[in-house]
Structures are given as C-alpha cells and as structure tokens.
Design a protein around this ligand. Structure first.
Ligand code: ZN
Length: 457
C-alpha cells in the first residue's frame, strides 16, 4: 500500500500514513471489509496520540451490486475540477480491469457521496441494511455499553427492565459476537463480564427466557434421541419419539433436523401403515404429523442446499483473493462443516479434471484449515457424521459416540455463550431459521464491521 507524508490534524507533527483510495471488489473482495471496519486510512500520531481517519478521496466499486461510489472529503477543500483529476484516473482503472462484457452503464454514472457516513450507508444499503437498522443497532450497542459500566447487578437489572424493548434476538446476537471477539482475544475479564450480563439477560428478559426455554427443549430432544440411540434407534422408535414430541414445536423440529437422514422413504412407509391401522382420532393426529414432517424436511433440505451454495460462493471468493491465507483467516468465523464438505467436493472435481491450479489452491485452503482447527473430538465426530450419507452408519456412529454427542449438546452448556444456543436453535429449528425477520436480524447481527463502525457513523 502506498505511504504518504502528511501531518497530524491535531498537533501538525509530520507523519507517514498508508493510503488506500481505490476499493475495487472486482480486484480484491476484502476491500469492502477493510473500508467498513474502519481499518483503512487510519492515522495514528506518535506525538499527541491522535487516532483518526486520513482525509483522502475514495472510489468504491462493487461489480455484483453495480455500485460505483466516489467520495472526496469536504475538508480537503478541492474545487470540482481538482476532485475530478483525483477521481478520474481511479475510475479509469476500475473500468480497464473489467472484461468488456462487464462494462455496464453504471460505470458511466459514478455516484458522488458527500460524507463518509453516506458512503458507508450506501454500501450497507446494498446489503439490505438500511439506516433504521443501523440506528437500531447503535441504540443496542449504547445500551450494552451502558450495562457494562454499571457495577451492581440489581442496578443493571433495573436498566434491563427499562430498556427491554431493545433486548431482542438482535441484541443477543450482538452480545454473542462481542463475546466471541473477547474470547478470541483471550480477554478473560471482558469475557467474564459479558458472560455474566448475558446470563442475567437470559434469565430476566422475555426474549432471554424464550431463548432459554427453546434451548432446554432442544436439549430435551437431543437427550431423548440419545436415549433411544442407546437402545438402538430404529425408524419405528424414531417415529415414536416424533409422535411424543409433536405438541412441542422446538422439540419436534430439533428431532427432525437431527434425524433428517432417518426420515426416508421407508420411514414414511411405516408411518403410512400406522395411519392405516389407527383409530379415527389417532388417524387425524398421525396424518397431521405426516404433513408437518413432509413440510419440515422439505424446508430443511432447502436450507441445507442454500447454505451449501453460500459456502461454495465463499470458497470461490477465497480462492479468487490475492492472498488466500489472509482472506481465509478473515472469513474463518463463517466457515463450518458444510464448507469443509464443499471444499472436499471441489477438490475431488479438480482432481477428476486434472486442474492443477485449482488442486493446488484448494489443497492449500485445506491444509490451512486443518492447521487452524485441529478440531476438538466432538467436532471431528460431527464432521465424520456429515461425511456419511447412510442412515444406519450414522446411527451406529452416534451410538458408539454417545458420550461425544452428549458433550456437544449437554445441559451444562446452557451457561455458555448464547451463540451456541443460538446456533443450535438455528440449526435445529427449521422455521425459526426461515422466518424473514430472523434472517434480517441475523444480517445485522453478523455484520461485525457494523459494530466497529458504529461509533463513527
Ligand atoms: Zn498529533
């Protein structure tokens, strides 16, 4: 990155700063993250401690969203023709990099942003995040910061009650992200304090209690499945479990997602036979169960498919980046067992096609991942489970590893960060996951950069 000689806006001492003016996602998919997270164009003054943003012109280009944005800080005081002299060459660079078929009309009409804030808002808008959502997020962040400054639990409780309207799924998602960050940074104090606040919120707010209850139901479903597995889980006994759990939505949907592969043609045959031989009252109930099961499995399959596609896209993005290592490290939080599965598939395809360039890139990603995450036994076990497509094999493995399954989902975990709970619920409960507003929340919740830019917006 080019360095320039500039001076501190506060004390005027000369200093050297790294400048990044062109954020072209066609060239570098990490550029967006750098801009949104406020990592770009930061100046730190060794003399007076000033820490802020360097006033420099910016061009932002996202070819997928057909966004071409420009920003020249007003404090630079440049007349329009001077601005064009700075911006013009960068726009030419953007256009020249694109293959002819991608040079579309939006490139002729760059949108001029008058403030840095509108630049960021415009980019986020492209991701479906609007101003109201950002403001909502800022309010939540402010509330969390406020809670962190209150030393007494009873005083915190009072604030939680007053501000309960802000404490929703999004709030919990945000708190979980922060906890993840403090844990990743080995910040023990931060983790302890945030963990305690999370626990108080789970116990004392309506949404928290809901999350708690859902998590208990999900754990109950896991427990019942484990118990049945120890006796040897059959399609018959799986059906019994489902029938017994039918009146509890979370428990029922958790079972469906955990035992999806057992809900096969043969299973539905058994269910149909049972419907045939049932009395009138049971018949209606069993028919409803069949209907619900068909709906849940269809939704679940769709979600898995969509998620696998997301992971494939992520893999391609990482492969296309200039620096695979860095890009992979940055995206690590998004990576899960499905990513690994996609990676293996792509590696196999590349081998079949003897595509050496691809094989080498994919193998590198593979070995970085292996190194980055020598998995704890329960995760290794889950990976093994995912790798199997045969139901009986899976069930056998589950039985042989009952202890690991238990450890992964055990009730003791309820005191652990809600991210686990959240993820568990998300994975286990098809319609919570598909509800539009949840996805929306998720989007805001997962945008870590939003939290970081929050204070500057
Ligand atoms: Zn200074």
């Amino acid at each position: 990155m080019p360095k320039i000689q500039t001076s501190c806006p506060r004390c005027k001492s000369p200093l050297i700063a790294e400048v990044e003016q062109l954020f072209d996602l066609f060239q570098d998919s990490n550029a967006k993250q750098r801009l949104l997270s406020g990592q770009a164009n930061v100046i730190q003054c060794p003399s007076c401690g000033y820490n802020g943003m360097l006033a420099t012109p910016i061009v932002y280009h996202d070819p997928d969203k057909e966004l071409l944005l420009t920003f020249v800080p007003p404090e630079m005081g440049l007349p329009v023709n001077e601005q064009e002299k700075l911006i013009g060459p960068m726009i030419n660079q953007v256009v020249n990099r694109l293959p002819a078929e991608k040079r579309k009309g939006y490139l002729l009409r760059p949108q001029m942003m008058l403030t840095f804030q509108t630049l960021i808002e415009r980019i986020l808008e492209g991701d479906g995040i609007n101003k109201e959502m950002i403001e909502g997020q800022q309010k939540r962040l402010a509330l969390l910061q406020r809670l962190l400054t209150i030393p007494q639990a009873e005083d915190r409780l009072q604030v939680m009650k007053q501000e309960e309207a802000l404490i929703d799924q999004t709030f919990f998602a945000m708190l979980s992200r922060l906890l993840e960050t403090t844990m990743a940074q080995n910040d023990e104090r931060g983790t302890r304090v945030l963990g305690a606040i999370q626990q108080e919120l789970l116990e004392n707010t309506t949404v928290g209690q809901e999350i708690n209850a859902q998590s208990r139901e999900a754990q109950e479903a896991v427990r019942s499945l484990q118990e049945a597995s120890q006796k040897g889980l059959t399609r018959e006994s799986l059906l019994d479990l489902l029938v017994a759990a039918y009146d509890n939505e979370i428990r029922f949907s958790t079972l469906v997602s955990l035992a999806r592969s057992g809900l096969d043609y043969q299973f539905f045959q058994i269910l149909s036979e049972r419907i045939e031989s049932a009395n009138a009252e049971q018949k209606t109930r069993l028919e409803k169960i069949r209907e619900t099961l068909l709906e849940y499995t269809r939704k679940l399959d769709e979600q898995v498919k969509a998620h696998v596609e997301d992971m494939r896209r992520l893999l391609l993005e990482i492969m296309a980046s200039e620096d695979i290592e860095t890009s992979l490290q940055e995206r690590l939080p998004e990576i899960d067992e499905y990513f690994v599965e996609v990676l293996q598939q792509e590696l196999q395809n590349a081998r079949n096609n003897a595509d050496l360039d691809r094989i080498s890139k994919l193998s590198r990603i593979n070995s970085i991942l292996e190194k980055a995450s020598a998995p704890p036994p329960e995760i290794a076990f889950l990976e093994q489970l995912v790798g199997m497509d045969n139901y009986d094999e899976r069930m056998k493995l589950m039985q042989d590893n009952a202890e690991k399954v238990g450890r992964h989902y055990s009730a003791e975990r309820s005191s652990e960060p809600a991210r686990r709970i959240g993820r568990q619920i998300k994975r286990n409960s098809p319609h919570r996951f598909t509800r539009d507003n949840d996805e929306r929340h998720e989007k805001v919740g997962t945008s870590r950069s939003l939290l970081q830019t929050g204070s500057r917006l």
